[in-house]
Design a protein around this ligand. Sequence first.
Ligand code: AHG
Ligand code: MN
Ligand code: MN
Length: 346
Amino acid sequence: MTNSQSVPMMLQKNTTLGEFIIENQSEFRYSSGELSRLINSIRLAAKVVNHEVNKAGLVDILGTAGDTNVQGEDQQKLDVYANNAFIKTLTNREIVCGIASEEEDNFITIKGRNEQNDNKYVVLIDPLDGSSNIDVNVSVGTIFSIYRRITEPGTPVTLEDFLQPGKNQVAAGYIIYGTSTMIVYTTGHGVNGFTLNPAIGTYYLSHPNMKFPEDGKIYSVNEGNYVHFPQGVKDYIKYCQKEEGDRPYTSRYIGSLVSDFHRNMIKGGIYIYPNTAKDPNGKLRLLYECNPMALIAEQAGGKASNGFQRILDIQPTELHQRTPFICGSKHMVEKAEGFMQQHKPS
Ligand code: AHG
Ligand code: MN
Ligand code: MN
């Protein structure tokens, strides 16, 4: 590029994630250093998991004896490995008072300095999203969601601290272990994406201020379940397929929420995981998957709904609660909601 004036400021100096966190920490309305340290520990865990995901295909070749690795430890499934890596990295940093994970039945309490319950943040994670794709070398991800505790610091963290509506999130993001590894996150001031340079282990700001196009031409849904979908979703899918105007749209479904969402945010599209008669609340988890993705979507100008209500307004009642999920480009989600309204259950 010859005209340096036309290069955005941040790109001109190859901003790293570490620099970006420090430069932007004053935007955070609470103690800025704490959130920075928290994002930093997620960045570190993501590198560890990335390393393991990247050599997943080698496990059988490198493993010495059945399911035991060279250190004599049991080889773990990658989702268990990722779960442990994130929990370990988030513990002992005197910031997090509790972690809830898709892989754990109950939340974990974390004590801070001098065994006190002084830490202020709870983290909720889906350590490995799209895990059915690992064996076939298709992108997987990690999703994280951060809240400030509601209960007083100094007391043990409680379930109430985790059961907050998504609009209370102070930060949320995902890591995508794809053709390249990226961290995409928001602290409520837009969405930024950082790509890992694996040669030096540094994330660079590659996607500043990410925005969902308001309209898109991609719909992502597991159409194998079509006959079980609610009528509103069936009608919307037929609308997507109809030859009219800029339709038919293209169908793209990886089966890994992080990857489907990431593609749709860049290209414009809608992701739908509806309820069915068998699964009246759908499949996806409100706290570990839908809330963080919904915050990112809204911060990027998109929308997220259960068909009738904004995802971020839902008051959770249990840790592993599920919800139908419609998320993506604003006008597409509004159109789908319109079809849902026509068949609203009484
Ligand atoms: P996880 O691997 O964390 O259990 O999540 C899988 C989720 C989500 O990532 C994906 O979009 C969806 O399940 C796919 O479900 P289907 O195989 O039913 O389409
Ligand atoms: Mn998942
Ligand atoms: Mn998972």
